[in-house]
Design a protein around this ligand. Structure first.
Ligand SMILES: [Zn+2]
Length: 64
């Protein structure tokens, strides 16, 4: 029997979702925001649930 390595990680909570389309917020604001829901990068902070409920990116990711 092959020895199994028990160090594999199955945590889902530490994932950082940062691959959504972004655009500059503008108006003197240095940050970017989601192109779909316009919520800023710092507010989203890599979490799907921080996008608007109707955000296309969020809907797409939650459907996976
Ligand atoms: Zn969004």
């Amino acid at each position: 029997m092959p020895s199994t390595n028990s160090s594999k990680r199955t945590e889902m909570t530490d994932e950082y979702y940062d691959d959504y389309p972004k655009e500059p917020i503008g108006g003197g604001n240095p940050y970017y925001c989601c192109s779909y829901c316009k919520i800023s990068d710092p507010q989203i902070n890599g979490e799907i649930k921080n996008h608007a409920e109707w955000c296309e990116y969020r809907i797409k990711m939650e459907a996976l």
